[in-house]
Ligand binder design. Structure first.
Ligand code: EPZ
Length: 430
């Protein structure tokens, strides 16, 4: 009996079989933004009214956040891409560590819980594949709003001391423009007594989405999307209907899929100003980019190597560093990619090298020499975005690749292989 035949079914991990070199055409549809939907869901804790979210992507991270909110007493109902959340009766719970560790965004609940209940007990999220992911700025900001915070045994216990019922508005200056810290402090400050400001705030579009929704719930926020956000505390927030913005990282991933397969494609919907740095780099490396209705038409020509350095928004987003590196592996000439946001986000290099890419890494800088073609291979992704990068590389490789890491992919890309297959790709989920 050949050995292969004795490998039982259970050892074959779920994976995608990607047949390379099939050109794409038509259009790729972008879902609602994961990193906005997650924080908008957490904001449901700020009111006892019903919050109705539209354009919510179907992702395991969204399911995870729904589960976490339900343990706190929030009723969460889903109807296709609509989510109805009602936090009328919250019971104070200590979130289990494995839930928070698995879904870092759940830590952002600490701000709204503190603002609403006056107390919160949330495990430190811990690190992940790409870095330590500290929450120092989140905790510092809450302390300056008057919260008492104790961190021990991996647990963050927050409360409003003494007879105070509410947090007190104040001016916060962040040491680094942390997205999560900006969102956490923003959600705590909206119900604080008095005025607050956040300087050196993160400027990512997800912050604007959150501020826009909070304002339609009755908050008084201005300056979101810029370096300084000001908030006038209000007594209470009401429910509202809100549609999640399109996912700029999924959109960027699809634009790179078009570029790597040299396909003329439309990606829609896209808010261009959410992707200016990425659109510029795609133009610089040889793609024609034009707005077409609600979307972007990309027409790749000869792709040549360009350099990128990841930065906080509006710079080149770290979440598209791995997908863009996949594109550079078969570009003409040399490109230098520097990762400035995370300390350990180069794990996809080894997997790309297995497909024949020529890459040298020194610390957080990778030097890529373009090769004429990649060859298909069994590969895996270590995090959400590197798994996406391996799929992109497989689309152009010679042969059929086997891509593992679907537990990461399904966290952040809604039905990715289905969308790509509708545009002509040949991907099988096994
Ligand atoms: C959000 O994470 C996103 N996640 C990440 O997307 C994204 O990569 C990141 O922003 C940067 O754009 C969600 O929105 C759920 P940060 P967040 O706090 O809030 C350091 C994906 O693939 N830092 O802005 O955790 C930190 O170590 C995920 O969708 C401190 O040093 O990001 C990191 O190096 C991955 N001290 C950098 O800042 C702090 O107190 C960015 O972190 C906080 C952060």
């Amino acid at each position: 009996m050949p050995i292969a035949a004795t490998i039982s079914k259970k050892t074959i991990k779920p994976h995608l079989e990607v047949k390379g070199k099939s050109p794409l055409s038509g259009e790729l549809i972008v879902s609602g933004a994961k990193n906005s939907a997650l924080v908008l869901m957490a904001a449901s804790l700020l009111t006892e009214d019903e919050l109705r979210l539209k354009n919510v992507p179907r992702l395991t991270d969204i399911d995870g956040m729904a589960e976490i909110l339900s343990t706190m007493g929030v009723t969460v109902k889903r109807n296709n891409s609509e989510l109805f959340l009602k936090a009328s009766k919250l019971h104070h719970v200590e979130l289990p560590y494995e839930l928070v560790h698995g879904l870092r965004a759940s830590f952002f609940c600490i701000g709204p819980l503190l603002a609403r209940l006056g107390q919160a007990k949330i495990p430190l999220p811990g690190g992940c594949e790409i870095g330590a992911r500290p929450v120092v700025e989140h905790i510092k900001g809450l302390k300056s709003l008057g919260a008492y915070i104790n961190v021990e045994h991996g647990l963050v216990t927050a409360s409003i001391p003494g007879t105070q019922k509410h947090l007190k508005g104040t001016d916060v200056v962040l040491d680094c423009p942390s997205v999560g810290a900006t969102e956490t402090i923003l959600m705590a400050a909206v119900l604080a007594e008095g005025n607050s400001s956040i300087e050196n705030a993160a400027q990512e579009p997800e912050i604007q989405d959150l501020a826009k929704m909070l304002n339609s719930m009755g908050a008084k926020i201005s300056g979101a999307g810029g370096p300084k956000i000001t908030i006038q505390g209000v007594k209470q927030l009401n429910g509202c209907d809100y549609s999640v913005m399109p996912d700029r990282i999924e959109a960027g991933t699809f634009l790179i899929a078009a570029a790597i397969t040299r396909s003329n494609l439309k990606v829609t919907p896209v808010i261009p100003e959410h992707l200016n740095a990425v659109l510029q780099k795609l133009r610089d490396c040889g793609c024609k980019i034009q707005q077409e209705g609600e979307g972007i038409r990309i027409i790749p020509m000869e792709i040549k190597g360009v350099d990128i350095t990841t930065q906080p928004f509006p710079g080149f987003p770290t979440d598209l560093q791995a997908p863009f590196m996949a594109l550079m592996t078969t570009a003409q000439g040399t490109s230098v990619i520097t990762e400035k946001i995370y300390e350990n986000r180069m794990k996809h290099v080894a997997e790309l090298q297995r497909m024949g890419a020529s890459i040298r890494v020194q610390g957080n800088t990778a030097v890529i020499e373009g090769v004429p073609e990649l060859s298909a291979a069994p590969v895996f992704g270590g995090d959400l975005r590197s798994t996406a990068a391996m799929i992109l590389a497989s689309l152009t490789a010679n042969g059929t690749s086997k891509v593992e890491g679907l537990q990461h992919l399904d966290r952040g890309y809604e039905e990715m292989e289905k969308k790509l297959n509708q545009a002509g790709a040949q991907i099988l989920r096994v």
